[in-house]
Design a protein around this ligand. Structure first.
Ligand code: DOR
Length: 305
């Protein structure tokens, strides 16, 4: 028999399949479409201290390679989240992880403190990797010293799971993952979107209002796998894999590469029941291969712990 449970810090998730931040709103958007109790974890759309309108439209483009977005962290802010989203999320039958974002280290700290007091949920995913804002986001997350500082400051303020979300837009993702681990992170998640661009040749202008954006979906699967594989060899904390998971085989590849859990993002837009299909595929594979737990997936490619 296969035990699908996963431990991240003090939290036990019922299974390894979560939905990626920004692709599932605040959960209620999907409640008519899927059984939310089947999710291992729900990662909310990013929450910042103050509400944000995000970037100008067009800010989403669909391509055969996947989706290009430059949303720019549009969200209701910490008080709006507490008032409008928290009462619903609090009662959901799955682990709800808040994705935290900000422009400065101080914003992350204030937002976390506010949510700890007014909207406590299962844990935090710290977004240090948004490619669509000038201040904060990727600018913080590509510098190991700043990643360590944010992580250390947030660690002082919560005992709940702290998951640091990493950017693929770096030359050495392992040094950033190690900085997060040393500063007290419970896990890292990788990857956020890969910087990309498309151009309208007729009008000779970028398809996104911001010029460039973040690419998700099928094209980034190998990029995410390589990141998870390399990070898993470098750290002992759990690695949560995402990037281009459209079907169970992709998720299984992430688990073999060293991931302890995975997130499904762009696939939710294509097929809202993708997560159920993927969990079933993982379970069938584990049974067929005689794997008793998620850790058993790690023996083949030599994960560090
Ligand atoms: O691709 C992304 N888009 N990654 C993020 O972290 C945030 C999001 C946005 O709001 O732009």
């Amino acid at each position: 028999t296969f035990d699908p449970r996963v431990r991240i810090g003090s939290l036990t998730m019922t299974n390894p399949v979560g939905v990626a931040s920004g692709t599932f709103g605040y959960g209620s958007e999907y409640e008519q479409l899927i059984d939310l109790s089947s999710l291992g974890a729900l990662y909310t759309k990013a929450v910042t201290l103050e509400p944000r309108p995000g970037n100008n439209i067009p800010r989403i483009v669909e391509t055969p390679a996947g989706m290009l977005n430059s949303i720019g962290l549009a969200n209701v802010g910490s008080r709006g989240f507490t008032r409008e989203k928290y009462p619903y999320l609090r009662d959901l039958p799955c682990s709800v992880i808040v994705n935290l974002a900000g422009s400065y280290i101080e914003d992350y700290c204030q937002t976390l403190e506010y949510l700890e007091e007014h909207a406590p949920l299962a844990g935090y995913e710290v977004n240090l990797s948004c490619p669509n804002v000038k201040c904060g986001g990727m600018a913080l997350g590509t510098d190991p010293a700043q990643v360590a500082e944010v992580t250390r400051e947030l660690r002082k303020r919560t005992k709940k799971p702290l998951i640091i979300k990493l950017s693929p837009n770096v030359t050495d993702i392992t040094s950033i993952a190690k900085a997060a681990e040393e500063a007290g992170a419970d896990a890292v998640s990788c990857i956020n979107t890969l910087v990309g661009m498309l151009i309208d040749t007729k009008h000779k202008r970028p398809l996104l209002s911001t010029g460039t954006g973040g690419l998700s979906g099928p094209a980034i699967l190998p990029v995410g796998l390589a990141a998870v594989y390399r990070v898993s060899q470098a750290v002992s904390i759990p690695v949560i894999g995402l990037g281009g998971i459209m079907e169970a085989d992709h998720a299984i590849q992430y688990l073999l590469a060293g991931a302890s859990a995975i997130q499904v993002g762009t696939a939710n837009f294509v097929d809202p029941s993708a997560t159920a299909r993927i969990l079933e595929g993982i379970t069938d594979y584990a049974r067929r291969e005689g794997l008793a737990s998620i850790q058993d997936f790690h023996q083949f490619l030599g994960r560090k712990a």
